[in-house]
Design a protein around this ligand. Structure first.
Ligand SMILES: Cc1cc2nc3c(=O)[nH]c(=O)nc-3n(C[C@H](O)[C@H](O)[C@H](O)COP(=O)(O)OP(=O)(O)OC[C@H]3O[C@@H](n4cnc5c(N)ncnc54)[C@H](O)[C@@H]3O)c2cc1C
Length: 492
């Protein structure tokens, strides 16, 4: 039974996580008519608490920065990393980037701030409303034009929302990719399982790294410990699915978690005085990407498009980066600054580059591990399936010299290029980490040119060239602008 007439909106956003809320807020601030439907009632629980400093840039662009700054989340100065036999303290203010800190956030609270902010910018937000079905144009079968939604728990409360553009930010559920496009590819390299819980009364890392994330390798995986502003700590274990299966065949989850934490003296010392105050949560965090991030009339944002193993805390960054790229692409199209196809290609290429570079960076980071245990060896392999040749070329020719030449040579070039890119990235990561280990020598060895080069390299790896807003960072002749308004400009 339909109890409401159909509605109309210029842009329909599915999902009120950081991806959906950020895209919606940016588009509404540009004067467009935006409706966001979210299945849950906020605040709702979500994993993904440790943020990268780049998130501050996106919060600036959506106008939510002040609200997040004022809230009182735990400030994150960087990370404490124990990786195999090596150990580093990484501070954001040392070598790279514009920002000297980030935040560790309770996601239910952070996500609610962003969703409320979107509403305050003019977005029509509907919570407890779920997208049931997407309808496609009969002439252009790839173009979605309407969604049937229902009020959660009231199945007879259904209606249609007609739209010009669809932004699918539905997270791992990935409505478009999973139900319609069926184009999600899982990577061979990172098939991991995460088990985590929340603690109170734990110790914290000593100053100046009190708010830092601790990332510690153990023989069959790694552990995170993230201090939160409410006095709790998120403590999780990640291991390869095969190791997990083997253990789970003979042990209860509680036992696996307890024993795994005990493998790290650092994490054991952190949780020693504490009590766990939550049930354990489990998620298979296999990495995946859709073969296409955008098409006629639609954009996939954040986890709805792709997901990367959480080792480098890149999830919210990628969600907000893709939200911003979607907002500029739609804005530029609706204002007739670029053709729809150009905007789709710009989005596809710039988001794909950012994702691909982080995927290789992640693999290079796993390469730094000198042990021989399963998770690390599996993660060393990147297959054609993980990194297709055309994506390597796209993502790395502007980042590393020699890649283009190699691809112009024939047979076998694909594997050679993948190896070269990985090798170069591994060297960069190793050098960066080595320098960071010797704080005293850092200033001496790292003159300002090297520092700039380093910042630019890793900034590009994160995809921050997209917010540099200069023609030098153009993709396919287009680059992001924010002044006088958000959109895309053409290299003249
Ligand atoms: C174990 C683990 C640890 C992680 N740690 C980190 C970390 O430390 N730092 C980090 O940055 N990232 C981390 N991540 C990743 C992070 O959780 C995600 O990348 C991030 O939440 C993606 O944001 P999003 O907006 O794309 O999706 P989400 O935040 O998942 O939001 C999607 C929203 O869509 C809604 N939705 C879904 N289907 C429908 C529907 N049919 N109708 C209406 N609404 C719908 C959902 O209710 C949800 O609110 C981690 C992930 C895992 C698995």
């Amino acid at each position: 039974m339909t109890v409401r007439d159909s509605q109309q909106t210029q842009i329909l956003v599915i999902g009120g996580g950081p991806g959906g809320s950020t895209a919606a807020a940016m588009l509404a601030r540009e004067g467009f008519d935006v409706t966001l439907v979210e299945r849950d009632a906020f605040p709702r629980y979500h994993i993904g608490e440790s943020l990268l400093p780049s998130v501050l840039d996106f919060l600036d662009m959506s106008g939510a920065r002040e609200k997040v700054e004022a809230y009182g989340f735990q400030r994150k100065p960087g990370g404490h990393i124990e990786w195999g036999k090596q150990q580093w303290d990484l501070y954001f203010n040392e070598l790279t980037g514009n920002h000297t800190y980030s935040f560790q956030v309770v996601r239910s609270e952070f996500d609610k701030i962003l969703l409320d902010h979107a509403e305050s910018q003019g977005v029509k937000v509907m919570q407890c409303v779920e997208v049931q079905k997407i309808h496609f144009d009969t002439a252009d079968k790839r173009r979605p034009y309407a969604a049937t939604v229902s009020r959660v728990g009231e199945a007879d409360q259904r209606w249609d929302i007609l739209f010009d553009y669809l932004v699918d930010a539905s997270g791992r559920a990935g409505i478009m990719a999973n139900r319609y496009l069926r184009n999600r590819t899982y990577h061979d390299a990172f098939k991991n399982v995460a088990v985590w819980g929340y603690w109170k009364n734990t110790n914290r890392l000593p100053e100046p790294k009190e708010g830092a994330i601790a990332t510690v390798s153990i023989p069959h995986g790694w552990i995170w410990a993230i201090p939160l502003h409410d006095g709790t700590m998120s403590v999780g274990v990640v291991m390869h699915k095969d190791s997990f299966k083997k253990k789970h065949g003979r042990q209860e989850l509680e036992e696996i978690y307890r024993e795994t934490l005990a493998e790290s003296p650092t994490v054991s010392a952190l949780v020693a005085p504490g009590q766990r105050i939550s049930e354990l949560k489990v998620e298979t965090d296999y990495s995946y990407a859709s073969n296409e991030f955008a098409g006629p009339g639609y954009f996939l944002v954040g986890d709805a498009a792709c997901f990367l193993d959480p080792l480098l805390s890149t999830g919210v960054h990628l969600a907000m980066l893709s939200a911003m790229l979607t907002a500029v692409s739609i804005t530029a199209t609706l204002r007739n600054d670029v053709a729809p196809q150009e905007a789709t290609e710009f989005y596809e290429n710039s988001f794909r580059c950012a994702y691909m570079r982080l995927l290789v960076f992640l693999t290079a980071f796993y390469h730094q591990y000198d042990g021989k245990e399963s998770i690390f060896w599996v993660a060393r392999r990147l297959t054609t399936h993980d990194v297709p040749e055309n994506n390597i070329k796209l993502a790395f020719t502007t980042l590393m010299s020699g890649v283009e030449d190699l691809l112009d040579v024939r047979e076998g070039a694909e594997a050679v290029t993948r190896d070269l890119v990985l090798q170069e990235m591994s060297q960069r990561v190793a050098e960066n980490l080595r320098i960071r280990q010797d704080k005293a020598a850092m200033t001496a060895v790292y003159d300002s040119r090297l520092k700039q080069d380093n910042a630019s390299f890793f900034g590009k790896v994160e995809g921050l060239d997209a917010i540099a807003r200069t023609p030098e960072n153009a993709v396919g002749g287009l680059y992001v602008t924010t002044s006088p308004r958000l959109g895309l400009a053409r290299v003249s």
